[in-house]
Design a binder for this molecule. Structure first.
Ligand SMILES: NC(=O)c1ccc[n+]([C@@H]2O[C@H](COP(=O)([O-])OP(=O)(O)OC[C@H]3O[C@@H](n4cnc5c(N)ncnc54)[C@H](O)[C@@H]3O)[C@@H](O)[C@H]2O)c1
Ligand SMILES: C[N+](C)(C)CCCC=O
Length: 489
């Protein structure tokens, strides 16, 4: 149901030559972005075969040689940043300001892993009698990347940069809702000088993804998406014991203590809920506020939420664009209706929004929503909404809020606002999540590992540790003397 080939009948794909430098038409006109058809078995086989051929060449190059090509790709992305960002707006619906940040993070990711490529090395271990062993850090082979639609270009870079740095090839499948910008990344890699086929893009939805995960020529699958799909990916990958990285959903807690710097806590709550129309995996959507400051927190947070500029995402001062699809908008609005039925109070937003510009009519906009009177058992507090909906709840003590914050099957991120340094680190230690933000939220520089606990997944993206997830260690044992005559005594 996520992708209906009927909507886009199989035709040739003229997008093959997507050029980020061409003039971008107004996003607000009903625009057909591309003709795209889902890749079947034949195309998937072809992509994996050509990736394998490229891998044989690429993995034999020195890390410094790979680094030079990756740095060139980073340079091209940086040079075309504004045009790629505009295409990402059209692709996804997020504001141009955010899209530019995504593209900056993307070239930084390539630069960072290019820097690491030349440092990949094993170790030397001395053994008795002058014998020794050494380890080699080797590539895995052809890796598959499967992306979600909320950070299309950035996800493609978060996956491909460490993969390529380690000497792998990658076949990447973007979400069918945001098919466009991964193709541009493929073109840029090619222009920068990677061997043909080293980074291949295949288009399609669940069926194409299934073909990739079941393919015997694939060594690893790195997946970003929902928990239910993540479980399927793991199951399919198990059949041929493929390595798996899962970057899945979340329902993260943000804890605001009464001793916080309130202005920052309010800004942090907005950062934790309303970037990319709230369609962010690590969002802190369960906002626990210490009871004494609840009234003043709510007043401020509602005032600022109401002031968020919604509308044409290509305009410089827009801060919230359109949600991904009509179906997803309806789902998010359905969560708000359900919250009301269960006793939550809408303090602002939560409604479909029609910008005044006639050309924006029919867009999937909604007003960002703050829900009060929430309790831990409500649907809006338990389930990932993946839209601009913040649920606020009071708490009294640190012990109590930690228990409530951890009472979830998710564990992607968490946050705490306090001026008490000991409390901040104690809370960070006790929150069961892959990331804890102290006195800020949703900051994820490429040097810093990102990934989940519990059902939010495993493996990591970004940071040095990700090298471990895209390479394998070979041990070479070297005898310098004679072999023991063990069997003839
Ligand atoms: N942890 C993270 O880093 C991170 C980042 C972004 C999004 N997400 C999560 O992603 C979800 C939203 O994204 P979505 O709606 O695109 O998720 P999704 O699980 O529906 O789809 C993700 C990708 O998987 C593909 N897919 C779907 N079914 C498949 C199957 N059976 N086999 C192989 N591939 C399949 C889709 O085509 C898409 O490319 C949210 O839950 C969000 O939290 C997580
Ligand atoms: C860049 N952010 C805001 C941390 C989002 C990471 C990807 C999650 O959806």
């Amino acid at each position: 149901s996520e992708y209906s080939p009927q909507r886009s009948p199989p035709r040739h794909n003229p997008r093959g030559g997507a050029n980020p430098d061409r003039k971008i038409a107004s996003v607000t006109q009903p625009t057909q972005l591309c003709d795209m058809f889902p890749c079947g078995k034949e195309e998937v086989d072809q992509a994996i075969q050509s990736a394998h051929t490229a891998y044989l060449k690429w993995s034999k190059m020195a890390g410094m040689e790979r680094a030079r090509v990756m740095l060139e790709a980073a340079r091209i992305i940086r040079e075309r940043r504004d045009n790629i960002a505009k295409l990402e707006v059209i692709n996804n619906g997020k504001s141009i300001t955010e899209a530019r940040v995504d593209i900056d993070v993307s070239w930084q990711t390539l630069e960072y892993y290019a820097g690491i490529a030349g440092t990949l090395a094993g170790e030397h271990i001395q053994l008795p009698g002058g014998s020794f062993a050494y380890t080699r850090r080797e590539a895995l082979g052809v890796c598959v990347g499967i992306g979600a639609w909320n950070y299309p270009f950035q996800i493609a870079c978060w996956k491909s940069a460490p993969a390529l740095a380690c000497g792998n090839a990658m076949v990447f499948k973007p979400s069918p809702f945001t098919a466009v910008t991964a193709v541009i990344l493929a073109e840029i890699y090619k222009e920068a000088g990677v061997p043909d086929g080293l980074f291949n893009v295949v288009q399609g939805g669940a069926e194409t993804g299934t073909l990739l995960c079941n393919h015997p020529g694939v060594a690893k699958v790195s997946f970003t998406g929902s928990v239910p799909t993540g479980k399927k990916i793991m199951e399919m990958s198990a059949k041929t014991v493929k390595q798996v990285t899962l970057e899945l959903g979340g329902k993260s807690p943000l804890i605001i203590f009464k001793d916080c710097e309130l202005e920052n806590a309010v800004r942090g709550a907005l950062m934790a809920n309303f970037l990319t129309q709230g369609e962010v995996c690590c969002n802190g959507t369960r906002v626990y506020v210490q009871r004494e400051i609840m009234p003043v927190f709510l007043e401020e947070v509602v005032k600022r939420t109401k002031a968020i500029r919604i509308g044409d995402p290509l305009l410089e001062n827009t801060r919230m664009g359109a949600l991904i699809t009509r179906q997803h908008l309806d789902k998010v609005l359905g969560f708000v209706s359900q919250a009301k039925k269960e006793g939550a109070m809408v303090l602002c937003g939560g409604e479909a929004f029609t910008p005044i510009e006639p050309k924006l009519k029919g867009g999937y906009y909604m007003s960002p929503c703050v829900l009060d009177n929430c309790t831990d058992d409500m649907t809006c507090v338990k389930e990932e909404i993946f839209g601009p909906v913040m649920s606020v709840m009071p708490f009294d003590t640190e012990e109590e809020v930690l228990k409530r914050a951890n009472n979830t099957t998710f564990g992607l991120a968490s946050g705490v606002f306090t001026r008490d340094i000991s409390r901040a680190h104690r809370v960070a230690e006790n929150l069961q999540a892959g990331t804890c933000f102290i006195n800020n939220y949703n900051i994820s520089p490429v040097e810093v590992p990102f990934g989940g606990y519990k059902q939010s997944g495993f493996g990591r993206e970004n940071g040095q540790v990700t090298i471990e997830y895209y390479s394998q260690l070979k041990t070479v044992v070297v005898e310098m003397g004679d072999v023991d005559d063990y069997f003839n005594c």
